[in-house]
Design a protein around this ligand. Structure first.
Ligand SMILES: N[C@@H](CCC(=O)N[C@@H](CS)C(=O)NCC(=O)O)C(=O)O
Length: 250
């Protein structure tokens, strides 16, 4: 991999799953970057100046001052950013056309399935003021199916799409709240092995700290929420185990 980047790229960022994906790539590839924080919890994504570079009103957005032909380029949509950066760095996309196709399939699987569905779990199971069991059940069931797809894939692949790639970088941040998705330890052992391997990568650890104090504060809140959900899951499991007629009933 070789990048001769002189001027840093600018990543319009908030410490969310879609933001972390790009930070992971930049850290892995050693591309210098600066962050422009877009506080999506306070409406910064709707600011007219941001709309000029983010037609969908969402982060992440990347500006590379050293784009094609040495001219600046602006890119929105996280998968488009990862593919651009992968081509630029000549890394993490697979080497042959067959390998690239596998990476693209799993990257698109994330943006078309994992992101939209897990986003709905977060909304209905965690943020919604009114808890609608039908909605929570619907999106958690689909979420569980997606964890199953990932776990089957990882049963005989070290990384999701061949060598370590943008597909791993895109999927991993979305699976960090696995407790909130209703996953229990031991449910998906191959996923757990891969998750640990991702967590252990120094570049991933650096990326998860991008955004400094703002990120640290949000991450602390998330850890607390995950702990609460874990306790709830344990209680539900214990209650189910003692239901009359259940195999574990006393
Ligand atoms: N498909 C987009 C999704 C981006 C996205 O959903 N970004 C969220 C944060 S993770 C956002 O900016 N949300 C603000 C809003 O929806 O108003 C991508 O992959 O880049």
């Amino acid at each position: 991999m070789h990048t001769r980047q002189q001027e840093p790229v600018t990543l319009y960022f908030w410490p969310t799953h879609n933001g972390f994906k790009i930070a992971i790539f930049l850290e892995e590839a050693g591309i210098p970057y600066r962050l422009e924080m877009i506080d999506i919890e306070n409406g910064a994504q709707f600011a007219p100046d941001f709309l000029k570079i983010a037609p969908n009103n969402k982060m992440p957005v990347l500006i590379d001052p050293e784009g094609p032909d040495g001219k600046p380029i602006t890119i929105f949509e996280s998968a488009a950013i990862l593919l651009y950066l992968g081509r630029k760095a000549g890394a993490f996309l697979g080497k042959t056309e067959a390998e690239r196709s596998v990476v693209e399939q799993w990257l698109i699987w994330q943006v078309a399935n994992v992101g939209p569905n897990f986003g709905q779990i977060h909304h209905f199971a965690d943020f919604a003021p009114e808890k609608i069991p039908y909605a929570i059940d619907r999106f958690k069931k689909e979420g569980r199916r997606l964890y199953g797809v990932l776990d089957r894939r990882l049963a005989d692949h070290e990384w999701v799409a061949g060598d370590y790639s943008v597909a791993d970088m895109a999927i991993f941040p979305w699976t960090r709240p696995w407790r909130i998705h209703g996953v229990l330890k031991g449910d998906f052992p191959h996923f757990e092995r891969w998750f640990q391997a991702m967590n252990d990568r120094p570049a991933v650890q650096r990326a998860l700290r991008a955004g400094g104090e703002i990120t640290a504060a949000l991450e602390a809140k998330r850890t607390e929420r995950a702990r609460r959900m874990d306790l709830e899951a344990e209680r539900a499991k214990a209650a189910a185990a003692t239901l009359p007629g259940s195999p574990n009933a006393l």
